[in-house]
Ligand binder design. Structure first.
Ligand code: ZN
Length: 491
């Protein structure tokens, strides 16, 4: 029988735990979304796809899921620090735009590309700037409970005091003594009592444009606060899953735990999940390294590191071929292999749909089905699940070759299994004509027209007219040029 318990790796306990929602049949999940100040890139694709699969699978298991993924549009300062310019305000200054124009533009771009990747929309997508009041209320609560202090109109979280009652560093496995040791030399930049304290509210400098009135000062909330405030508002003081990239584990998520615990007196998240990072040809992706690839560049092939365009489903399939807690390395070779693999899988499902059932089965399909779900239930082990799907492709091939037979009942089960796993859970979709098909198509038409030119040069007008007329019948518009030809497919 299938192992039908769903296990997820909890970053907090550092082990796999059976997933049991706080309220049976209902799941609340929160994932840190993008800071919308630049075009979506590869680094955005991975958490979007990872938590999309989780969202899809939790629903597939019959849960009602409320999935909240925020848009960060204020308070995220340069270098993720407590000082420096707001990332969005900086972009707005450079582009001579209102900050909310920047926010709208890149939010739209984020949706455009995640839609292409077949990422389902979350249930709620709140913006930090729309929840300033909730954030102020949370600061007041933290302050009332004695874990905050105000200096010159800014409010800071008192990490040392918090650590006396709770454990700051429990998620990232850091000790506050080590953190103090490592950050001591970096201080002198603001009014904090200690270098490990972090801002809940910052007084805005005169040139800072994104600001709100508060009892402390005209200012803006600290970056970590929005997620604590918005998750509490939409999912309650305690909820099931909090996800995000591994790069957010410290300090962002560590601070979130501290804020929610300091405000509510209890921890808010039952399971913490983190996706690992993407590397490119073995290197970390970074603007200074020249290997920073946006999703648009990837889908159009317009980056010097790319040999061709890669379709959104190729990217999705490629990302799923690694376990979400492992790093995944992008290279042309690996992407081309993923493209072939995905095409083979999707074609096999089409073949399966055309198989004629027999009186009885000579194949055994349950092993493949069970093994696939066991892999998914094992902390969303998509690479193993995909390899099991390919074990099933061998069965499909033997049925198609007529070497084996399958009963009507088994065939229905097998078709449903592939549709459920590949399209509903893994979220792949059929692409109209993918880039490699297009290339083959273009090459074939070019070849025919070259043959026509050769025929003409040999005064074989019968052949050249035949090719031209036949292509015109099929909907091609052909123009002869001095140095060759041009064609267009009108359909
Ligand atoms: Zn967050």
């Amino acid at each position: 029988m299938t192992e039908n318990k769903f296990y997820i790796y909890n970053s907090l306990s550092r082990k796999k735990e059976e997933f049991k929602p706080i309220i049976e049949g209902h799941v609340g999940m929160y994932v840190c979304g993008p800071t919308v100040y630049g075009d979506p890139h590869l680094g955005h694709a991975r958490p979007a796809i990872t938590f999309d699969i989780l969202f899809r699978y939790l629903k597939y298991l019959g849960n009602k899921v409320r999935y909240v993924r925020n848009i960060t549009d204020v308070g995220h300062l340069e270098n993720d620090a407590d000082s420096g310019e707001d990332k969005i305000a900086k972009k707005a200054r450079l582009e001579e735009l209102e900050p909310m124009e920047v926010v709208q533009y890149y939010t739209d771009r984020y949706h455009l590309f995640t839609d292409a990747l077949n990422v389902q929309h979350p249930s709620i997508e709140p913006r930090a700037s729309g929840h300033i009041i909730e954030q102020m209320e949370m600061i007041e609560q933290i302050d009332k409970n004695g874990f905050a202090y105000e200096v010159n109109g800014s409010v800071y979280f008192d990490v040392k005091k918090y650590n006396q009652a709770h454990n700051y560093g429990k998620l990232s496995g850091r000790k506050i003594e080590d953190m103090l040791e490592n950050t001591r030399t970096l201080d002198g930049q603001d009014d904090k009592h200690s270098s490990i304290d972090f801002a809940l509210w910052k007084k805005a400098k005169p040139e800072h444009i994104m600001r709100w009135k508060s009892k402390w000062s005209d200012g803006f909330p600290g970056w970590h606060l929005e997620c604590s405030a918005m998750s509490t508002k939409y999912l309650g003081q305690q909820f099931d899953i909090h996800g995000g990239g591994l790069d957010l584990q410290f300090p962002h998520h560590e601070c979130e735990i501290a804020q929610s615990t300091a405000a509510n007196g209890k921890e808010s998240v039952k399971y913490w999940m983190h996706n690992n990072m993407i590397t490119i040809n073995g290197q970390k992706m970074g603007k200074s390294l020249g290997n920073f690839i946006t999703l648009e560049e990837l889908f159009t092939g317009s980056h010097k590191l790319l040999e061709q365009a890669y379709s959104p489903m190729t990217i999705r399939f490629f990302i799923m071929q690694a376990h979400y807690r492992s790093t995944v390395d992008f290279s042309n070779e690996a992407l081309q292999a993923a493209q072939k693999g995905m095409e083979k899988l999707v074609k096999s499902i089409e073949v399966l749909g055309k198989i004629k059932p027999a009186d009885k089965s000579t194949v055994e399909i349950q092993t493949v089905i069970d093994a696939t779900f066991t892999a998914i239930n094992d902390d969303l082990n998509t690479p193993i699940a995909i390899s099991k799907l390919f074990d099933g492709v061998k069965i499909i091939n033997s049925l198609n070759d007529g070497k084996e037979t399958i009963s009507k009942q088994d065939l229905e089960v097998f078709i449903k299994f592939y549709n459920d796993v590949v399209f509903e859970i893994l979220g792949l979709k059929k692409e109209e004509a993918n880039s490699s098909d297009n290339t083959v198509f273009n090459n074939v038409v070019d070849l025919l027209l070259q043959l026509r030119l050769d025929a003409k040069a040999n005064k074989d007008y019968e052949t050249s007219d035949k090719i031209r007329n036949k292509l015109a019948e099929l909907g091609f518009e052909i123009k002869d040029k001095k140095d060759g030809f041009e064609w267009q497919f009108k359909g």
